[in-house]
Design a protein around this ligand. Structure first.
Ligand SMILES: [Cu+2]
Length: 186
């Protein structure tokens, strides 16, 4: 009887050892997985937090105020503008030159994703009566100012679109080759 108990004890010890060993292994494997899972979920959390910050910025109604100048040299002073998706943007175009609208007019036209700026500028040539904004092109434009001459300015407000890089140009004839830039939404 004693011997049986001892055997049983040994057997159970052995079983326990075997058990704990295999469960340890399983745990190890598990731990490895958990680690990887944890790492990626941490990353996800970081990304989510960043996105939340973006949302907070727009929820806060933090208005991005931009002044972009165009002069008699037919150039914009900004080649890149950065905004956050959904952010309110208040943009002022200042004509820092002296030449009149008829000979050196400038506007700021922010084109929608996938709109070719060269094609659009070509189409705009025929729209002199509408400040070089082609009629029926509202779905190709996110926002635009009016055409201004030397010393004039125009302020517009719009909401930054989804993340991406958008082109902006001046559609006055011949200007878009030089007067262009990227509106980058992060
Ligand atoms: Cu121009």
């Amino acid at each position: 009887m004693k011997k049986n108990i001892a055997l049983a004890a040994v057997a159970s010890l052995f079983l326990f050892a075997a058990c704990s060993k295999s469960s340890e292994k399983a745990e190890d494997a598990h731990a490895g997985h958990d680690h990887a899972a944890e790492a990626s979920s941490t990353e996800e959390v970081a990304v989510a937090a960043e996105e939340e910050t973006d949302n907070v910025a727009s929820a806060d109604n933090t208005v991005l105020e931009i002044t972009i100048k165009g002069g008699d040299d037919m150039k914009f002073d900004l080649s890149t503008i950065k905004a956050k998706a959904g952010q309110k943007v208040k943009l002022t175009l200042v004509h820092s030159g002296k030449l009149p609208k008829a000979s050196m007019g400038h506007n700021f036209v922010l084109l929608n994703n996938g709109v070719n700026e060269t094609d659009f500028a070509a189409k705009a040539l025929a729209a002199k009566d509408n400040d070089y904004i082609p009629a029926g092109s509202s779905n190709e434009i996110i926002a635009h100012t009016k055409l201004v001459g030397g010393g004039e300015s125009d302020t517009i407000e719009f909401t930054a679109p989804a993340r991406g890089a958008y082109n902006y140009i001046c559609t006055f004839p011949g200007h878009s080759a030089l007067m262009k830039g990227k509106f980058i939404v992060q």
